[in-house]
Design a binder for this molecule. Structure first.
Ligand code: ATP
Length: 230
């Protein structure tokens, strides 16, 4: 579904991605892990088109994304849940969800989407800024689902959440995948991310350092030492 080839990206003169190759097959859940500053967010943002690429190519369902704007990529079905949730705080939960279907999707999907996140149903008329961190994360994911993504890019969904909520968010991600959504997941919590993924990539200093079956990566001594605290 997604094929990233020899991708580069830079912030001004400073390179952030070098020669990145990555594939996501239809229906797969792929985890991208690595230390702070490794380039994981930059890679997601370059795929969604909010960060320009400086080299390489991105193919999506046989189309070259290079010439497409971020908005056109949403319309093609690539939808990102940004790091830090970025919900529209003064707007109601329901209006946040409706906005999710602005460029793609159907406003009529609202009842179905809210059905996946019962906690949002009780709060639908409240300003999103009054929700807890975990509820805002669910809203950010639900807002993305309103666009009926073909490929969902999830950036740090467990950031800053208590362990019980991390488990709940990862439960939702597993359920999404079971319903057939293709997911590329970035998370600092390498163990949680690799535990739900089919395959994984490890990034270091803007490059892909390792890739493979997610369970094999969890058992890899180098990954265990560097990212799993073993
Ligand atoms: P984190 O988990 O901390 O977000 P990450 O793996 O997602 O880490 P990126 O945020 O992609 O890493 O950052 C990759 C590199 O690019 C880092 O060296 C970072 O300092 C740099 N960088 C990120 N955003 C910018 C920016 N807006 N301007 C300049 N440099 C940036």
């Amino acid at each position: 579904m997604l094929e990233v080839r020899q991708l580069g990206s830079r912030y001004g003169r400073i390179p952030a991605l070098h020669d990145v190759n990555l594939r996501v097959g239809a229906g797969e859940l792929v985890a991208l892990v690595g230390a702070n500053g490794a380039g994981k967010s930059t890679l997601l943002r370059t795929i969604s088109g909010v960060q320009p690429m400086s080299a390489g190519a991105i193919g999506f369902e046989g189309r070259d994304l290079g010439a497409l704007s971020a908005r056109q990529r949403v319309q093609a079905g690539i939808v990102q849940v940004p790091e830090g949730r970025q919900v529209f705080a003064p707007m109601s939960v329901e209006d946040n969800l409706r906005l999710g279907a602005f460029a793609r999707g159907r406003a009529s999907a609202l009842e179905q989407v809210i059905g996946f996140f019962p906690v949002l149903r009780d709060k639908r008329r409240q300003p999103a800024g009054l929700l807890s961190g975990g509820q805002q994360q669910m809203l950010a994911i639900a807002r993305a689902l309103m666009a009926e993504p073909r490929l969902l890019l999830l950036d740090e969904p467990s950031m800053g959440l208590a362990p019980r909520l991390v488990a709940e968010i990862f439960g939702h991600i597993t359920a999404l995948r079971a319903r057939g959504t293709t997911v590329l997941l970035v998370d600092q919590n390498a163990r949680a991310a690799l535990s739900v993924a089919d395959r994984g990539y490890v990034m270091e200093a803007g490059r892909i350092a390792l890739e493979g079956d997610a369970r094999a990566l969890l058992r890899d001594a180098q990954v265990q030492r560097a990212y799993l605290g073993l």
